[in-house]
Ligand binder design. Structure first.
Ligand code: LIP
Length: 323
């Protein structure tokens, strides 16, 4: 019910704020994390590009301990817990809290401010509540399904028509993506090929996206799409905990999210193909911001979101990851 969802939201907001000080202390190496040798970034599962700190572990433990005490029947999926358990999680229809204690750990370690605490709640496998706190930017994003998305209490997207433009192709779009932590030769070649084709001019078969930014973390990427600071985000590789909360911010701000690969119905004419809906557990995502309708054409904004996603899918190469 709506009141239950509001209660879940209030719990998540309180938790995010409560661990905010530990997050800031870790980021600035002050307070409980001042010159703490336990802070040192370790690599996860032997991958030097994928790190975890004592702050990640402390925050995840604090959040889950509190959530378990309040909602003993709920399920819990967290980045660090899952990594410790050898990367396995089961997904049911039960309310499932999906938490990334520090999304953008690499940014966090390098003192780059696009990093935050992501708390999502899925019910029947669908995002129902999303809270993203970016303590260093002092931005608290919230969303409840059917009730809109907000940053520090202001409704998203921040700009409205006519200030918020209606891009009709990727050539008018600012795009966000990430290089990810999988640095195998095969993956890097595939990703760089996709980035080249996204940027390349149309004469040579590219999409000529207006600009491309890599800010280092999925949750802020999605928050910025929800806010209207970029039109589109695409990534293959992030996990549900990186984007469960952020995906809801996007849809609740009037944006759209899709599966990061492929179309429905390879048996239909190309012009009729549409991008598949997002699957939280598939590790690939496209998000498009709210696009205002063209004058006198109701529904055209939604159609343009699908068109932009399709333009993107036409030039990028899919990378498959195990769940
Ligand atoms: C990160 C994601 C990012 C991805 C990184 C990493 P983490 O999350 O936010 O989108 O490219 O490889 O997964 O590990 O910093 O929480």
């Amino acid at each position: 019910s709506d009141s239950e969802l509001q209660e879940y939201l209030a719990t998540a907001v309180q938790l995010a704020k409560d661990v905010g000080q530990a997050f800031k202390d870790g980021f600035h190496r002050t307070g409980q994390f001042a010159a703490n040798s336990a802070f040192a970034a370790e690599d996860k599962l032997g991958n030097e590009a994928d790190c975890v700190t004592a702050v990640d572990k402390y925050i995840e433990k604090t959040i889950f301990t509190r959530l378990r005490a309040i909602y003993p029947t709920h399920q819990f999926v967290g980045e660090e817990t899952t990594a410790e358990q050898g990367n396995g999680y089961k997904v049911t229809d039960a309310p499932t809290w999906i938490v990334d204690p520090v999304d953008g750990t690499n940014n966090f370690v390098h003192h780059f401010p696009f990093t935050g605490i992501s708390i999502g709640l899925a019910i029947n496998k669908q995002p129902a509540v999303g809270v993203l706190y970016l303590p260093i930017l002092d931005e608290l994003y919230t969303a409840v399904v059917g009730q809109g998305a907000f940053v520090n209490g202001q409704r998203l997207p921040l700009l409205q028509k006519p200030a918020l433009t209606t891009p009709t192709s990727l050539t008018q779009c600012a795009m966000l993506t990430e290089h990810g932590s999988d640095r195998s030769e095969q993956t890097m070649k595939s990703r760089m090929g996709s980035l080249t084709r996204l940027l390349l001019d149309k004469e040579h078969g590219g999409a000529c996206v207006q600009n491309l930014r890599l800010i280092g973390a999925a949750a802020p990427d999605l928050a910025f799409v929800a806010k209207g600071s970029a039109e589109i985000y695409w990534e293959c590789g992030p996990h549900a905990w990186d984007f469960a909360a952020g995906a809801l911010l996007v849809t609740e701000s009037g944006g759209a999210v899709f599966d990061g690969a492929g179309f429905w119905g390879s048996d239909v004419p190309e012009s009729e193909r549409v991008p598949k809906p997002l699957d939280l557990w598939k590790r690939k995502i496209i998000a498009v911001r709210h696009i205002p309708d063209l004058d006198g054409q109701p529904g055209s904004g939604k159609e343009l979101q699908r068109k932009l996603a399709k333009e993107l899918l036409d030039v990028v190469e899919d990378i498959d990851y195990p769940a």
